[in-house]
Design a protein around this ligand. Structure first.
Ligand code: 87F
Length: 476
């Protein structure tokens, strides 16, 4: 029997959030540090989550008509510099390949930080007439951005996995319809899979992607008191098509530049999920992204082992559709196993010992609220199904309540300042005035101008002019 105690989480989420987060992701074996600073290993349990998200989103976009493709990792310098405006500001983050062996390359090659330039080089060749449109491609790949701010696993890493969709249309109407449709899929990834409520809206001028006419995003607010952008969908207008001269002949024989969108969702989402749901005991997985939704832990002694194991195996078969784990390891105590699976966030644990067997029941433990109840063998399958659904809903509701409790609507500068100091999600009114000044003075930025606006405009708290409802907060 293992005698040493399982190394659980040693700090509380509310006491030291960043240390808590680091411990959760490493002790639950989601990710590990690598030898390269700012680059992490996605271990099987986080890679599984990514695969789940990928399958979900991939189905949605394919059904909508998008096709997957793959473009080169390396981008020649001349191509990279074609749309100056879009790389400006990002330049320090671009990593370059300059040598092979001991020989300098004639032209250095950027390791893609995003693929606009390499993809639009092909789009220019492929698009000739309105018959070639829409062109809607997506790629699942890795990107490298040499961040200098201190790295955070999943949230800010120098290499990450994502999907980037790049589409071209004959008119702005179709493009703008798609840019919203994709945003609604992102919302579904967060709300339906990760059980995380998000706010849909448009970015301010200062926060939008410089190459876009406008940027839409989904945003959420985390227990660290900071907000985070979950995913973005950009309406690029004709900015790139003009820079790359991607043009087509329309039905009446006239030439026009295409209308474009780009949109992306990354492994950052996994970090957001951990920060939102995990607790002082470790990871908490929403059932929809959990590889194993149930773990069975048998409790036996030498005398009754065979009987208990026989039943445990029978239960595993009965609950097969929940991808059940049966923890039959010999040299670990039941208590040790309980802690380990709690640390790893498995939504439901089923305990079965001699007393339970005699009563034809099991003990069912829920990871989300730590409640235990006895469930008879005959009802088990149905019960597990109901409980898993309830856990999924409960996590969403808990996150929703947390966000609600930490949101304040402010109408004066004094209340605004107070709310910034208290790390709140601030709902207020803003006319479009100096964003940099707001950031410098209060340390918060405009997260989004939500789609959901009140009927009547209100006074901007900074200028008194007419303004839109906006959300502001400190952010990642
Ligand atoms: C870093 C280095 C070079 C972000 C960068 O959001 C360029 C960039 O263009 C860069 N970091 N961006 C913006 C990416 C825009 C856009 N690309 C496609 C997305 C979604 C997917």
């Amino acid at each position: 029997m293992k005698k040493e105690k399982l190394q659980g989480i040693t700090v509380k989420k509310k006491d030291n959030f960043s240390e808590w987060y680091t411990q959760v992701i490493s002790k639950s074996e989601l990710a590990d540090y690598s030898i390269v600073s700012g680059c992490y290993v996605l271990r099987p349990s986080s890679y599984f989550i990514w695969e789940r998200v990928r399958d979900f989103f991939d189905k949605k976009i394919k059904k909508s008509g998008v096709k997957n493709a793959y473009f080169p990792l390396l981008i020649p310098e001349q191509l990279f510099n074609k749309e100056k405006q879009h790389v400006e500001g990002f330049n320090p983050e671009v990593a370059w390949v300059t040598k092979t062996g001991d020989t300098d390359l004639k032209e250095k090659l950027a390791i893609r930080p995003t693929s606009e330039t390499i993809m639009y080089y092909s789009y220019k060749k492929w698009i000739r007439s309105h018959n070639d449109l829409p062109l809607r491609l997506n790629q699942w790949c890795n990107v490298v951005r040499w961040e200098f701010k201190h790295p955070i696993p999943f949230l800010r890493s120098r290499e990450f996995l994502w999907q980037e969709g790049h589409t071209a249309f004959a008119n702005n109407k179709d493009a703008e319809k798609e840019v919203k449709e994709i945003l609604s899929y992102y919302k579904q990834v967060f709300e339906d899979l990760y059980a995380i409520p998000v706010i849909e809206g448009k970015k301010s001028e200062g926060e939008k992607f410089a190459g876009a006419d406008y940027t839409l995003s989904v945003e959420t607010f985390l227990p660290s008191g900071k907000a985070i952008q979950g995913a973005t969908s950009h309406f690029l207008g004709q900015n790139f098509s003009k820079a790359f001269d991607i043009n087509f002949t329309d039905k009446s024989g006239d030439k026009d530049h295409v209308w474009q969108n780009s949109w992306g969702l990354s492994t950052r989402t996994i970090g957001i999920m951990v920060m939102m749901h995990a607790d002082d005991y470790g990871l908490v997985l929403p059932p929809k992204v959990a590889e194993n939704k149930v773990v069975i832990v048998p409790i036996y002694s030498k005398e009754n082992k065979d009987k208990i194991m026989k039943k445990a195996i029978e239960l595993k078969t009965k609950l097969n559709k929940f991808d059940v784990l049966l923890d039959d390891r010999e040299n670990y105590s039941p208590g040790w196993k309980f802690h380990e699976w709690e640390l790893k966030g498995i939504p439901v644990r089923i305990e079965i010992g001699p007393k339970d067997l005699a009563k034809k029941q099991v003990v069912l433990f829920r990871r989300d609220n730590h409640k235990k109840e006895n469930v008879g063998f005959v009802n088990l399958q149905k019960k597990v199904e109901v409980v898993l659904e309830d856990i999924q809903n409960n996590l969403f509701k808990k996150a929703q309540d947390f966000i609600k409790k930490n949101t304040v609507e402010v109408k004066t500068l004094k209340d605004f300042e107070k709310a910034t100091k208290e790390n709140k999600l601030i709902k207020t009114y803003w006319c479009g005035c100096d964003e940099d000044k707001i950031k410098d003075e209060y340390g918060v930025k405009i997260l989004t101008i939500p789609f959901d606006q009140p009927k009547k405009k209100n006074k901007c708290i900074f200028t008194g002019k007419e303004g839109n409802l906006v959300y502001m907060a400190k952010s990642y």
